[in-house]
Ligand binder design. Sequence first.
Ligand code: G4F
Length: 290
Amino acid sequence: MVRRSSTENFERIEPFRDRLQLVQADLLDTMSLISLLEDIHPREVYNLAAQSFVPTSWKQPVLTAQFDAIGVTRLLEAIRLVDRSIRFYQASSSEMFGKVREVPQTELTPFHPRSPYGVAKVYAHYITVNYRESYGIFACSGILFNHESPRRGREFVTRKVTDGVARIAAGLANELQLGNLEAKRDWGFAGDYVEAMWLMLQQPEPDDYVVATGESHSVGELVEIAFRCIGRDWRQHVVQDPALTRPAEVDHLVGDAAKARRVLGWKPKVGFAQLVTMMVDADRARYGTS
Ligand code: G4F
């Protein structure tokens, strides 16, 4: 499902466009969701749609809530009205843990979101649980920690770094501006995480799962590994820009995916250094310097 736009932006799904049927609807428009479910009759719905860039959520908090929180209610309402047997996956986020109450975070760790994005995701998480408990809908929430790949948008820190490194290697830039280098995240490979989403909807019972690698690394470590891939010292190129720090930061995320391992038989295959190298290589290939 895609939103209508006068300028199409399908660059990141281009490699498999021939295997996809794209249909238009909008999370802001309940009728469009109802019509779509009636036309397509899906057995499974995966809701990955969101205003997903945390800094933008301070600039557009209401729109973020419309998509990321109320949009999920609209979709669940459409499922309730059209066909309650549709299985539903909600993309919950480790940003819900925010100012973390314990390390590592599990399905039982209390939430303390630190951005309008995180707050909206907490609402979406609980409305998903509520439709499961109120209407018996097979609704699952995957609490996914950061998941990355060469298709990641360039505004997120992993891709910003790997794209920046590739541009420096190609002689197109000399400087990379970043915000907080101390923040720690549990970064995994998106391909592994999509497998966990699918596994959740194949179980006999719906439930919520943390999906994470269990390892955390700082933005600084990410930068160091990425620059090492091109044989450069990051200190020569990275400039810290206070404008890129956030009004409230999530300092340290690391997930415990024991439940996903036990129930879904899931575990990540790609490690952190391998992920960063994969992303640097893909960006270097784009600039023709690999
Ligand atoms: O890559 P980020 O922008 O991802 P963030 O905020 O952790 O959120 C991502 O992961 C969540 C899952 O946990 C998703 F729910 C969410 O939609 C999104 O996909 O920032 C990661 C860290 C932050 O601590 C940030 O302050 O990197 C730090 N950082 C330092 N310099 C930067 C930069 N982040 C960005 N985007 N750009 C910088 O220049």
